[in-house]
Design a protein around this ligand. Structure first.
Ligand code: CMC
Length: 371
């Protein structure tokens, strides 16, 4: 038995949800470029869960179900006040709150297909509400109740800021949600599938996935990108900053990918959005610094930017706190996690790989007095 480090290149399951073939990403057969240009996030949720795009009626029904299920149990909001709220990272708060949501869902442990679908709706709807409510409570503000007349992206921004977002902001958030929704067997999706393959419940699967997404090698990279851009501060300092990091053998966040070789197809959409939004906000430096970082880094290493690189300046331009960038990723990716969880339940087998043993050979126990 020989191990493959990080399971690179190992095909661990079949899936009909999304694919990465020759650097092209598709959701259920639709190219991500096509979907980013044309589809709303609600259409993507439906596509991932039903493997078909919705018709008008189906889309209307899903939108209504999501809007009606956004409100959080009071206990979950109250529990924020018991956290060390100014020290807690919002991803840790989100992980804890999603786990807590399971405590108040009477169907949490009912494993029938319809019950699991209802839980998927509830979880998808409540994730943005958790992120928004936590963000407000830690600032000493009251959570803002969701509105039934607003779409998903609009409601999310409205609950975060407490005011009607601009059309350009809604469009940018909607596209960002579309772009992050699913990504084949990425680390957090694999985590979710491993968890529910023991026939554990949907809440456990999503809680585990949030934990995996939190790390800086995965979803946590977007916050680290903004930290780097802020440290660089001005375009003229980018070159020295990146060269120093590389000299110290440090990784540059937002670059490289386990699967893509020529480049992450999502990055170009976020790059274009970053250019547009930073011009509108009158802070083009964030885009300019990003472009300079890309230029310097790729001149040293042939690793193109991934989804996390330009999403940082996009979210910053939407006025979003930097430590909420990864939670936004989770608000979108939960649609993919849920699709994979539902798919796993449909054709389940316990996921239990092997390890190549590299410890000492057979030994004899020695009593503690003799050691
Ligand atoms: N900066 C500098 N060097 C890098 C980077 C980077 N961002 N990424 C890879 N390398 C180098 C790495 O040092 C190694 O060099 P060497 O062979 O000389 O030791 C080589 O490239 C292979 O790297 P690896 O870490 O073994 O590659 P991997 O396939 O295990 O990792 C990755 C993929 C995404 C974790 C890695 O590229 C990385 O750490 N990138 C920065 C973090 C990041 O942006 N993560 C987001 C990933 S995409 C979206 C998501 O999943 O959330």
């Amino acid at each position: 038995m020989t191990a493959t480090r990080g399971l690179e290149g190992i095909v661990a399951t079949t899936s009909s949800v999304s694919s990465i073939i020759d650097d092209t990403l598709t959701y259920v057969g639709y190219n991500i470029d096509d979907l980013t240009e044309n589809a709303s996030f609600e259409e993507i949720i439906y596509l991932l869960w039903h493997l078909e795009l919705p018709n008008k009626e189906q889309l209307k029904e899903l939108k209504q179900q999501l809007a009606e299920n956004m409100e959080l149990p009071k206990e979950v909001i109250d529990s924020f006040k018991s956290y060390p709220i100014n020290k807690v990272h919002p991803m840790a708060a989100l992980r804890t709150a999603v786990s807590a949501l399971g405590l108040y869902d009477e169907e949490a442990d009912i494993m029938e297909k319809e019950a699991n679908y209802r839980k998927a709706i509830r979880l998808q709807a409540k994730m943005p509400a958790i992120v928004a409510a936590f963000s407000r409570v830690r600032k000493g503000l009251e959570p803002v109740a969701p509105r039934k007349d607003m779409g998903f992206a609009e409601n999310f921004l409205y609950m975060l800021k407490g005011e009607q977002p601009e059309p350009i902001e809604i469009e940018a958030m909607d596209k960002a949600l579309v772009l992050h929704a699913d990504h084949e067997l990425n680390a957090s999706t694999f985590t979710a599938r491993v968890c529910v393959a023991t026939l554990s419940d949907v809440y456990s699967g999503v809680t585990a996935a949030i934990g995996a997404l939190k790390g800086p090698l995965h979803g946590g990279a977007n916050e680290q990108v903004m930290k780097m851009l802020s440290e660089i501060g001005t375009e003229d300092k980018a070159e020295q900053y990146i060269l120093n990091k590389l000299k110290n053998k440090e990784k540059i966040m937002g670059f490289g990918h386990r699967v893509y070789r020529k480049g992450d197809p999502r990055a170009k959409h976020l790059r274009a959005m970053s250019k547009k939004l930073t011009e509108i906000t009158g802070e083009p430096e964030w885009y300019n610094i990003s472009v300079k970082v890309q230029e310097v880094f790729t001149s040293q290493k042939p690793l193109p930017p991934n989804v996390d690189f330009y999403s940082a300046s996009v979210y910053h331009s939407l006025g979003i706190d930097h430590d909420l960038f990864t939670p936004i990723f989770a608000v979108s990716r939960v649609s993919g996690w849920l699709a994979h969880i539902l798919e796993q339940y449909e054709n389940n087998r316990l996921i239990r790989p092997r390890a190549e043993y590299t410890g000492p050979g057979m030994r004899q126990y020695v009593p503690v007095e003799e050691r």
